[in-house]
Design a protein. Structure first.
Length: 306
């Protein structure tokens, strides 16, 4: 009888302790939960809610329209062009950013005299704001006094309207975006390279492995978790690009650079169509979610965890 009583008492004490630990955990989490609720969960729920309504200029709901806002955007040639431009922008910027950053990181990882200076140069774009970098690229792309057109004129080619020609605008913005993103990606990849155990390379050297063999068989596989991270983050950032579009082209010419985020901005803060803007924001969220899930589903298979 005493043993049974002790077992029951012990279970009660354990249950009480678990409850106390749960309460403590919630107390520690409460500041984060509060901030997430205010700045993430509420805006997300509010955006989904607004996407089913027409609103006035103050953003207050007026008429429930159900899925009509979604029907309107998917039957809008401007929004469909915005979708196309956004995917092209991701296609233009992602490979260039990753490949150039990896190349620079491999160079900067070599143990050479003065390499620290080049590491600083390669990562310098990270310390420049999007606004300042966009002004710099505006000068480079200027049709009359721009650096690129001066080079073209020197070698006898006609000047190009880098930001005013529909054929070149998206490519030009993509080029500037690659430069802006290289600094961050370079630092992350360089950190991954420096964490690789040097004994792996020493063993490969003993076996007579060449530079490119080591790069293909050691560096890339061991670096794959870092590459997986930067690719995922770069995809998300590319879909959320806004600053350089606003500074360089304002979504033009002919909506060629009217990416989804800039389209949301125009609908909400220029046209005051908050319902349409919210529907576009929900679509963007779904696209990013799907792309991220695809990346985790197929990309993670090639990740080599040590």
């Amino acid at each position: 009888m005493t043993i049974k009583y002790n077992e029951v008492h012990f279970e009660k004490v354990k249950k009480k302790q678990r409850n106390m630990n749960a309460v403590k955990g919630l107390l520690f989490l409460s500041p984060s939960l509060l901030l997430f609720s205010i700045f993430l969960f509420y805006p997300m729920i509010r955006t989904i809610y607004l996407s089913f309504f027409l609103t006035n200029q103050a953003g207050a709901t007026t008429v429930f329209v159900g899925l009509q806002n979604y029907i309107d955007i998917f039957t809008s040639p401007i929004f469909m062009k915005s979708l196309k431009s956004t995917f092209l922008f991701v296609l233009f910027t992602l490979p260039g950013t990753i490949i150039i950053s990896l190349f620079l990181a491999v160079l900067a990882n070599e143990k050479l005299k003065g390499i620290a200076f080049f590491r600083m140069i390669f990562s310098s774009s990270m310390g420049v704001s999007v606004a300042a970098a966009s002004v710099f690229w505006l000068f480079l792309f200027h049709p009359s006094i721009g650096f690129f057109n001066k080079i073209l004129a020197t070698v006898g080619f006609d000047k190009i309207g880098w930001l005013t020609d529909p054929e070149w605008a998206l490519i030009s913005v993509s080029l500037s975006t690659v430069w802006m993103n290289i600094g961050f990606t370079f630092l992350i990849v360089l950190g991954g390279l420096q964490s690789i155990d040097s004994h792996l390379y020493e063993s490969a050297d003993i076996d007579g492995a060449g530079y490119f063999y080591k790069l293909r068989r050691i560096t890339i596989p061991v670096l794959s978790p870092t590459l997986f991270f930067v690719i995922t983050v770069s995809i998300i950032n590319a879909f959320q690009t806004f600053g350089q579009i606003d500074m360089l082209t304002k979504g033009g010419p002919s909506n060629e650079t009217n990416l989804i985020v800039y389209s949301i901005y125009r609908e909400a803060f220029v046209n005051y169509q908050y319902g349409i803007a919210s529907a576009q924001a929900v679509v963007l969220f779904i696209i990013i979610l799907i792309m991220t899930l695809i990346q985790f589903k197929f990309g993670e298979r090639k990740v080599h965890y040590q």
